[in-house]
Design a protein around this ligand. Structure first.
Ligand SMILES: NC(=O)c1ccc[n+]([C@@H]2O[C@H](COP(=O)([O-])OP(=O)(O)OC[C@H]3O[C@@H](n4cnc5c(N)ncnc54)[C@H](OP(=O)(O)O)[C@@H]3O)[C@@H](O)[C@H]2O)c1
Length: 335
């Protein structure tokens, strides 16, 4: 199989290139960005010297489609949907890392992303690419909407509890994200002098990932979630750490909750259910999601903590996991 990465100069695109170059069962044949002229990728990113002679090309849909079977779009939202529909017309499989195909409701897309969805037809055929919940659909998909990084950490933490009707609908989630979560473009807030030794909350209760979590959990559990989500930026290079505050409908014990998570995720290659509250560094540089929890003395209130590398399990790693599922090969290949 031949694969292409559009948006190869971005944070997630660079990670994808790295993983795909050493993947045993695919050839990376085309990479692109808004460069005016083709330029050696190793010139842009010297760590790829002697690893690849590929040139980063100006985006060219026809050329990418001629050279590859599966296309990864590591592009900003609103840009992806302009490209995805054209690749699908050419019979290619698309794995989109942006938010463009994650929400099935185009009105919600407009509300949170401030533009009309321009490809509503393909919105219906998109499969949400969270393998732990949608593996059988991913196997047959033409268009995979790779999940957002915050939603991956939250959905995996809340799914077993909601599916088993153990918690009340109102859940507070406090997440901390690394600065790579916002992409490679220059932003004044992220200048070293602003971000170092600093931390702040943003988009409290109206972050664009909120409806994605609600919609997916409703689809998979039938339950409504009243999500109060407050994200934060912390001055670290990689990772997302989410703390979900839940109220149990009936008294629970630590061992019962742990047994539930272990039962749901025992066969999942990339989910580790922990005995203790988890630490971010254990997942940075990996495709794992680590989950831990703690209950208060009443057994009616608890926190679920879940963490991932935002650029791997939260983006490029998940995208390759999805590709492996599409190809019917070992899900862990290259990861
Ligand atoms: N960063 C994360 O942790 C993360 C996690 C999950 C999902 N995502 C999503 O994945 C996508 C890529 O994220 P990223 O962090 O890799 O972004 P990024 O670092 O900003 O990279 C974006 C890439 O898209 C290209 N690009 C930018 N504007 C474009 C335009 N108008 N037309 C065509 N190409 C354009 C850039 O090319 P140039 O080099 O030419 O500018 C670059 O290669 C986004 O939709 C993001 O929301 C990101």
């Amino acid at each position: 199989m031949k694969v292409a990465v559009l948006g190869a100069t971005g944070f997630t695109g660079e990670k994808l290139v790295d993983i795909l170059l050493s993947h045993r069962q695919v050839d990376l044949t085309y990479i692109s960005s808004r460069t005016e002229e083709p330029i050696l990728y190793s010139k842009l990113f010297p760590r790829f010297l002697k690893k690849t002679d590929l040139k980063c090309e100006p985006h060219n849909i026809e050329k990418a489609a001629a050279l590859s079977d599966i296309i990864f779009l590591s592009l900003p939202h609103t840009v992806s949907m302009e490209y995805a529909c054209r690749f699908l017309k050419l019979g290619k499989k698309v794995i989109d890392l942006s938010a463009d195909y994650r929400l099935s409701d185009s009105a919600l897309y407009k509300k949170f992303y401030k533009v009309d969805h321009s490809d509503k037809t393909n919105l219906k055929r998109a499969v949400y690419g969270l393998p732990e919940l949608f593996r059988s659909k991913i196997k047959k998909a033409d268009l995979i909407a790779n999940p957002g990084c915050y939603p991956t950490s939250m959905i995996l933490a809340l799914y077993p509890l909601m599916k088993e009707s153990l918690i009340k609908a109102e859940v507070i989630v406090d997440s901390k994200s690394s600065i790579t979560g916002a992409g490679r473009k220059a932003v004044i807030d992220y200048h070293y002098s602003n971000i170092s030794d600093n931390l702040w909350a943003y988009k409290a209760f109206n972050h664009q990932h909120t409806p994605e979590v609600i919609e997916i959990l409703k689809a998979k559990t039938g339950k409504s979630l009243n999500l109060k989500f407050v994200p934060h930026v912390v001055p670290i290079g990689a990772g997302i750490y989410s703390t979900s505050y839940v109220s149990f409908l009936k008294k629970q014990t630590f061992s019962k909750v742990k047994a539930l998570f272990q039962r749901y995720y025992k066969d999942e290659p990339f989910i580790r259910v922990n005995q203790e509250l988890v630490k971010l560094k254990n997942v940075v540089g990996t495709n794992f999601c680590d989950i831990g929890f703690s209950l208060d003395e009443t057994g009616k209130f608890g926190v679920i903590v879940s963490c991932i590398d935002n650029l791997l399990k939260g983006a490029a790693g998940a995208a390759v996991q999805n590709m492996n599922i599409l190809l019917g090969i070992d899900e862990k290949t290259g990861l």
